[in-house]
Design a protein around this ligand. Structure first.
Ligand SMILES: [Zn+2]
Length: 222
């Protein structure tokens, strides 16, 4: 998970200053060849961005990937024109995949595809987390569902960034006992100001049994 944290911090502190550009671009589906118009972020920047306690960098112009669906064969992918693995067409055309797509929706179909393609738990865990963020934005009430799916995966990761994400997953799913226990077992490097701030805020929020998404103070560590 370290790579993700580094990318996140690079986005946060990058100096580019161009506006967010999202456009509909026609893309050929790598399963059935159907040309689908998909949303793509062409450019963006970190202006006005803030960091949430679960590592999300959010701002009006922060680029984010768009999960696309082919309306002809139901392939779900961030890039429908590039196969995720060699078996992609076979998986997408299977009854199992199509059933999951219809019953559980596009996100769960994508998880099935990742698993069948042999992708690792880190990728699936961060997909659940990102999906929860999207659900937060849409206020669908589904974000807790995806955070609960992410928890058993993050419990397997021992790096400090993942522990901090897990702490927030516990808090936002109201598992305050687990959050309190984890809080007492996390050792934050003393010279890491942002992580120290995250822990300080978590202590307060967990003590108050507050499960809302929360972000760092605007001027934290500047
Ligand atoms: Zn297709």
């Amino acid at each position: 998970m370290k790579k993700i944290a580094i990318i996140v911090f690079m986005i946060m502190f990058s100096k580019e200053s161009f506006a967010l550009r999202v456009e509909r671009i026609p893309q050929p589906c790598s399963v059935c060849g159907h040309e689908e118009e998909v949303l793509m972020t062409l450019s963006g920047n970190s202006f006005g961005a803030r960091m949430y306690l679960d590592s999300r960098i959010h701002g009006p112009m922060v680029p984010r990937p768009h999960l696309a669906t082919c309306s002809s064969c139901n392939l779900v992918s961030y890039n429908i024109s590039t196969p995720i693995c060699d078996r992609q067409a076979e998986i997408v055309n299977s009854e199992n995949y199509q059933e999951i797509f219809k019953t559980d929706g596009a996100s769960m179909a994508y998880v099935h595809l990742l698993k069948e393609c042999g992708r690792d738990n880190e990728e699936i865990a961060s997909f659940y987390l990102r999906t929860a963020w999207g659900e937060d934005d849409k206020v669908t009430g589904q974000s807790v569902f995806f955070r609960k799916l992410a928890i058993p995966l993050y419990e397997q990761f021992s790096d400090i960034e993942s522990r901090l994400v897990l702490l927030d997953l516990y808090r936002q799913t109201q598992s305050f006992d687990k959050a309190t226990e984890l809080l007492s077992n996390i050792n934050i490097p003393e010279d890491n100001c942002i992580m120290q701030e995250v822990i300080k805020m978590q202590r307060k929020l967990i003590a108050n049994e507050n499960s809302d998404p929360a972000m760092l103070e605007k001027d934290a560590c500047k």
